[in-house]
Design a protein around this ligand. Structure first.
Ligand SMILES: [Zn+2]
Ligand SMILES: [Zn+2]
Ligand SMILES: [Zn+2]
Length: 143
């Protein structure tokens, strides 16, 4: 989790900070490096975020914990949503795929039937022409 080293708040970087400078150790209006407090377990240690007896970067801070929980929850929700969305999105293409497949097969059968009919018709036509020719030949023979 991002913590600003200027104001000690969570969720933004020092570069983008437009809040007043706060000390990580005593919550005073000065940079942490300029702080008079040297020991880390002094009574004067004060968290700028919650006012507790710990440094502002402490992971035991209530503000940190609630913020982290909030972010974790959001992350989890996003994850859940992503899973659900993926699942919903995955269904329609599969259905379309089969419908397309079915449609394609129907088309193929239709075409095949038409082709068969066409061939039969052509064969019949050829047969007729042949018969005509034969008749003509016979006629020619008869003359
Ligand atoms: Zn800041
Ligand atoms: Zn200080
Ligand atoms: Zn705190």
């Amino acid at each position: 989790m991002t913590q600003c080293h200027k104001c000690q708040k969570w969720g933004h970087t020092t570069k983008s900070c437009n809040l007043k400078t706060s000390c990580m150790k005593c919550a005073g209006e000065h940079f942490t490096e300029q702080c008079q407090i040297k020991e880390m377990n002094s009574d004067k240690i004060k968290c700028v975020n919650c006012g507790g007896n710990h440094v502002a970067s402490s992971t035991e801070c209530d503000v940190y914990i609630s913020r982290k929980n909030y972010i974790d929850k959001k992350q989890q929700e996003r994850e859940e949503k992503r899973k659900t969305t993926k699942f919903i999105l995955a269904l329609p293409p599969r259905k379309n795929y089969w419908e397309n497949k079915k449609e394609e097969e129907k088309k193929k059968t239709e075409e095949k039937r038409k082709n068969d009919e066409g061939r039969e018709a052509r064969e019949k036509q050829q047969q007729v022409t042949k018969n005509n020719n034969t008749q003509e030949e016979k006629q020619t023979e008869a003359e």
